[in-house]
Design a binder for this molecule. Sequence first.
Ligand code: AKB
Length: 339
Amino acid sequence: MSATLSIVTKQANSPAQKMANKTETILVIGACGQLGSELTLQLRSLYGGSKVVAADIYAPKQTDLLASGPFEKIDVLDPKGMAAIASRYKFTQIYHLAAVLSAAGEKDPSFAWRLNMDGLFHVLDLALEQGIGQVFWPSSIAVFGPDTPRQHTPQHTIMNPSTVYGISKLAGEMWCAYYFRKHGLDIRSLRYPGLIGYKALPGGGTTDYAVDIYRKAVEGKPFECYLHEDTYLPMMYMPDAIKATIDLMQAPAENISVRDAYNVSGMSFSPKEIAASIQKLIPSFKIIYKPDYRQQIADSWPQTISDQVARQDWGWHPTYDLDAMTADILENLQQQALL
Ligand code: AKB
């Protein structure tokens, strides 16, 4: 990593994160996924390896996840199994990340609904039953739909999502707000844009192309893109997503005015622009366009997001733009390829 970029990465940790409360015991469900694998490692570096339990339905392939702290097999559709594990550890916080994403959800809508909704209820009820004070649950820009204003989409606006994933996320947001109002459960949420990282692969999202494209570029292969060249979508680089998540969870409760889910913005770009960003560093890189069913999903989502409320309430601001992200990812993938 270059000197400039290592400074940028360090700045991605806010001052609040340095003062992590070491008495927390944290469960991360979905810890082997794209976000979970990086978030778990960051939480362990803040709170201590033994205090952050990684959990997923499958054992991790990532050796650093297994080596840096405990792992438990958890199925969010098995509330009794979850309760047994939770009563052993006496968790104070849960990050519940397990979900079926937008493109995969359209292939099996009833399973997506069951996993996304029942999984959330099981976690919320577990938190109430075992007095687990704080829960993080991710929402998504998929809560917005074709009737939503697509530019600078405000925090509060017309929603009407058109995918089963978006419907489950919007319903989930309403349930989170309900559990807060009715039971005082301190549950917090972000509407993530497409998340881009180089360490783990996403699965089943509409924005996944922006992860896959970098791997093809480093392999020296052309990339076949399933979206049109001018499809703008909101995106965020993983260090920013992790910073947003932990900053939100560490913010004083009195600062949290949104109890459904906060809009957060990183950057917006089209396939043509990410390809051009890669070509600045790998001029021979080629992209071809073959739009499929995911085009319709992308066309129903906002192009840019207004995150004014998150900025005001808990000081959110992103660090990475497209070119800084491209440079960091390509450098890291190229180093990995040499190992
Ligand atoms: C997806 O594409 O489904 C996700 C999302 C935007 O929530 N990355």
